[in-house]
Structures are given as structure tokens and as C-alpha cells.
Design a protein around this ligand. Structure first.
Ligand code: FPP
Length: 244
């Protein structure tokens, strides 16, 4: 192991923004004859591990897809468990995040979450808003298409009241009206547990991101797996549509 690293990562070229689709909690639990909710609980532990490692490697932004606009279709018990895990995580963790200079942000339709989650989330966002370390961004009740739709509605409103001219609209106008406007586009998207799709995650923002898929279920994803993803990313040839 070099520099205490499992892989030969160039610490000067870590992705600025890693976005993660934390998949496979249910399958992990099933493989252990446990209820799905046990998988989500184990998944929270992985969040702690991955965030710690991202801070260590100096990754500036970490977006976690914690609950999609489609996840409401799950059984009530599972939705309730996820919401409880979220509010408990925030309640227990926000003071530590603050101490570690982490800035908590969220994207998605936050106000439609259960009131306890909204309260804990807003407390955390307010407390950590001036922090300058790692940015933990939670995608909650988030859908990429909904976010783009909302941006379009806002832009049309701005055009109607004369705040923007139609011929001034460019790609930045759209980026600047998305809920992710304060965060740079992801460099690396990780999806665990074998599925290779985006599931409505950051559709606009991932235009030039690198994708990394692994069969490892989210509760088994650890420091070594994160480093492997970053190492793979660093060995990709990012051309952004140009040539090298
Ligand atoms: C995907 O596994 C995971 C989720 C839909 C939820 C992820 C949420 C957490 C880990 C906990 C709550 C969040 C925070 C920020 C504390 P799955 O259930 O789709 O797994 P499966 O595809 O194997 O069924």
C-alpha cells in the first residue's frame, strides 16, 4: 500500500464531485435473510464510511441519491423506515458534520418530505452553510426530469416578466435554474449493485461525467471500493467532446 492507499491514486487529480446511486440495500439484506430495512440501516453505515474517505481524499462535493421521486411507490413501511433513518442520521450527525467543516446541502422537493425530515434538514443546512470543507449534498425526493421541468417553468416566468430575453437563453441559463445550481457538475457517477442506468439522477448535470458501475451492493461498498472507482476514473481519457 502506497501512502496508505489501496490503489495508486493521484491525490492531485481526485474528482471534484462524486455522485453516487446507492443501490442494492434490499438485495444485500435478502442475501443475508434479513428484512430490506436492515439493508437500509447498513447503507447508512456505508454513507459514514464513504464520506470519511471522501474527506480524506479531498473530494469537494459528494451527492448521494437517497430518495427519488419514484421511491414513494415502495411499501409504506419501507418509506417510513427510510424517512426515519434520514431524520435520525441528520439528528445524530449534523453536529459532527459541522465540527468537521462539512457543508450540508440538499436537492429535490424537500418541502414534501415528512416534517421531521424537513426540520432536521433545514437545521443542518443552516448550521453548516458557511463551512468550507467537503459538501455533502443529499438528493431527496429528487427526480432529474422534475428538476428540468421546474427550471423551464422558472425560465418561462422570467421571460414573461422581462427578466430574461428569449435570445439570451443558453445552456448556463438552464444549469443556473436547476436545484443543483450551486454545485459543479459531477465528474464521476458511481452506481453500486450491478444495475447500469441513471434512474432519473442528475440527467442534465452528468453530460460529461464518467460512469463507474460495480456489482458490490451499497452496504458492502467501502474505502477500498471507493478508491477503486477513483483509480478507474483517473485512468479514463476525458475529452469533453474534443480530441487529445
Ligand atoms: C437503494 O437500495 C437504496 C435506496 C433507495 C435508499 C438509500 C437510502 C439510505 C442508504 C438511507 C437513508 C439516507 C440517508 C442520507 C441517511 P434498494 O432498496 O433499491 O436495493 P435493491 O435494488 O437491492 O432492492
Amino acid at each position: 500500500m502506497k501512502n496508505n492507499l489501496f490503489y495508486d491514486i493521484d491525490l492531485n487529480r481526485v474528482p471534484n464531485h462524486i455522485a453516487i446511486i446507492m443501490d442494492g440495500n434490499g438485495r444485500w439484506a435478502k442475501s443475508k435473510f434479513l428484512p430490506r430495512t436492515a439493508g437500509h440501516k447498513a447503507g447508512v453505515e456505508t454513507i459514514r464510511t464513504v464520506l470519511r474517505e471522501c474527506k480524506k481524499l479531498n473530494v469537494k462535493h459528494v451527492t448521494l441519491y437517497a430518495f427519488s421521486t419514484e421511491n414513494w411507490k415502495r411499501p409504506k413501511l419501507e418509506v417510513d423506515t427510510l424517512m426515519n433513518l434520514l431524520s435520525t442520521y441528520l439528528k445524530n450527525e449534523v453536529a459532527t458534520l459541522h465540527k468537521e467543516n462539512v457543508k450540508l446541502t440538499a436537492v429535490g422537493d424537500i418541502d414534501s418530505l415528512p416534517s421531521q425530515c424537513v426540520k432536521e434538514l433545514n437545521n443542518g443546512i443552516e448550521l453548516t452553510k458557511n463551512n468550507t470543507g467537503c459538501n455533502l449534498n443529499l438528493a431527496l425526493n429528487y427526480g432529474g426530469r422534475l428538476d428540468i421541468k421546474n427550471a423551464l417553468v422558472d425560465i418561462i416566468k422570467d421571460v414573461k416578466v422581462g427578466k430574461i430575453n428569449l435570445d439570451e437563453i443558453d445552456e448556463n441559463t438552464i444549469s443556473n435554474h436547476l436545484s443543483t445550481k450551486c454545485i459543479p457538475d459531477p465528474d464521476l457517477v458511481i452506481r453500486t449493485s450491478g444495475e447500469e442506468r441513471l434512474s432519473n439522477f442528475l440527467l442534465w448535470e452528468v453530460a460529461y461525467a464518467e460512469f463507474y458501475f460495480t456489482n458490490v451492493h451499497w452496504p458492502d461498498f467501502d474505502e477500498k471500493e471507493l478508491q477503486k472507482a477513483i483509480f478507474t476514473y483517473q485512468n479514463r481519457d476525458r475529452r469533453f467532446g474534443g480530441i487529445k
